[in-house]
Design a protein around this ligand. Structure first.
Ligand code: GUN
Ligand code: ZN
Length: 438
């Protein structure tokens, strides 16, 4: 038997990860009650039973003891706005008033690179303490907001996807770009950041109402010129917004069809919300491998609507969960699961905790075409993982002590947990967050 020597690092805990979607496959997850995770050169070297793997370790390899806790892949948040960090929990009666009253004035400040740099550090601190190791991030219309974000994420060695918002109409002048200028700036940012270290670029038209047809057409061309970039935008979030799109694009069959017309449905395109889509839209998403970012805390907060998991699943749409901060009310994917569960119940369907943990890890990685890189403990995957503490609070400790099986344990973590349940966060094998000792 070969032995693994330093600088291998070893972590002992219960291990949970997925190799399939539990909604569609039996035995979709892997659970090692007394497990060992081995990391070398920032990648997963092995994940398995402690009893099997510990004899493979050379003398001198220190084992970090997280017994009593659960190690799983880091959470992936597929839709979040870093410039909206400071306006989380801002009251407004619905999406469009909220954008006008809070969002646009807040985003204006990101013309100042020093402001962007300061907010980016705080935002990344929030992600790390919430257990989110990868996110798809909206910056602002300002090029310098993207530089600020990626400079900060690169310094920490994080795998992050982000892009400059494209927006040339129906917004305040102080935030408007132009069809050509916005796309030229995006191309420059792609050349500067895409695939540099662990950064990947997302072409980011804010949503159909704030891009002219000329801008959407050029955005489609840009997406074709750089086919391995991401695309991210909002679709069918709110009824007033949907009516507005109908008036602005009378020739389109549906809101989603506006994006389809400009070639913006493709693998690595992430569509936020997807609440008011019909079956044909969901079928088209499945066909093109465009993915949905489901944002339950945001949709409840703004009163946007309830995502229909069952209908999306019936068409085989790639699904993921997302915070959508600042309209979302928590950075933590555990809180996001809590509200996703209740949204599913309100639609008459049921989301098991195992499914929600899948959606926040491997499901999101698949939606982003990053399976094998992040989202599970396949050998060679990047070592982005978190340590969950089922006894993080007195109530969690009391409830999880009563759990009879894994589903109950994960359910209690999802419903009662928040960032206090994240004992540690690792990215690229390096510790990024460690909860203070109790
Ligand atoms: N639609 C267009 N812009 C936004 C935004 O910033 N947040 C949300 N939730 N929806 C949007
Ligand atoms: Zn959003």
């Amino acid at each position: 038997m070969s032995t693994l020597s330093p600088p291998v690092r070893a972590y002992r805990a219960s291990l949970l990860h997925f190799h399939a979607d539990p909604a569609f496959a039996e035995n979709a997850y892997v659970w090692h009650e007394d497990g060992l995770l081995l990391v070398a050169d920032g990648r997963i070297a092995a994940a398995g039973d402690y009893a099997r793997l510990s004899p493979t370790l050379a003398d001198g390899v220190e084992i970090v003891d997280y017994r009593g806790k659960i190690i799983c892949p880091g959470f992936i948040d597929t839709h979040v706005h870093f410039p909206q960090t400071d306006m989380i929990a801002s009251p407004a009666p619905g999406l469009l008033p909220w954008l006008n009253s809070y969002t646009f004035p807040t985003e204006r400040q990101f013309g100042d690179p020093a402001h962007g740099a300061e907010v980016a550090e705080f935002f990344l601190d929030q992600l790390m303490r919430s257990g989110t190791t990868t996110a798809m991030v909206y910056c602002t219309v300002h090029k310098q907001s993207v530089d600020a974000f990626f400079s900060a994420s690169q310094a920490r060695g994080l795998r992050m996807v982000a892009g400059k918002v494209l927006m040339d109409r129906n917004c305040p002048d102080f935030l408007a770009d132009t069809a050509e200028g916005g796309v030229r700036d995006s191309a420059e940012l792609i050349e500067r950041w895409h695939k540099r270290g662990r950064a990947q670029y997302a072409i980011t038209p804010r949503f159909a109402p704030t891009s002219s047809e000329a801008q959407l057409a050029l955005t489609g061309e840009l997406a074709r010129a750089y086919p391995d970039t991401y695309i991210q935008t909002h679709v069918a979030e709110n009824c007033d917004e949907c009516n507005w799109v109908k008036a602005l694009f009378p020739a389109s069959r549906s809101y989603l069809d506006v994006y389809d017309h400009y070639g913006l449905l493709r693998p690595r395109a992430m569509y936020g919300h997807c609440i008011w889509l019909d079956d044909d839209d969901f079928a088209r998403m499945a066909e093109t491998r465009a993915a949905a970012a489901v944002c339950p805390t945001s949709n409840l907060f703004l009163g946007s609507g309830l995502f229909d998991f069952e209908r999306a699943d019936a068409r085989g749409v790639l699904l993921s969960l997302a915070s959508d901060v600042g309209a979302g009310t928590s950075f933590c994917m555990l809180q996001t699961m809590n509200e996703a569960y209740k949204v599913a119940r309100m639609k008459g369907s049921y989301l098991p905790a195992l499914r929600m943990f899948y959606l926040a890890t491997l499901g999101a990685a698949r939606a982003m075409q990053l399976e094998g890189t992040i989202g599970n403990f396949a050998i060679g995957a990047e070592a982005d993982f978190i340590v969950l503490d089922p006894a993080a609070t007195p109530l969690l400790a009391r409830r999880t002590n009563e759990c009879d099986n894994l589903e109950e344990l994960l359910f209690a973590l999802a419903l009662l947990g928040d960032d206090r349940a994240i004992a540690a966060t690792y990215s690229g094998g390096r510790v990024q967050w460690q909860a203070p000792a109790p």
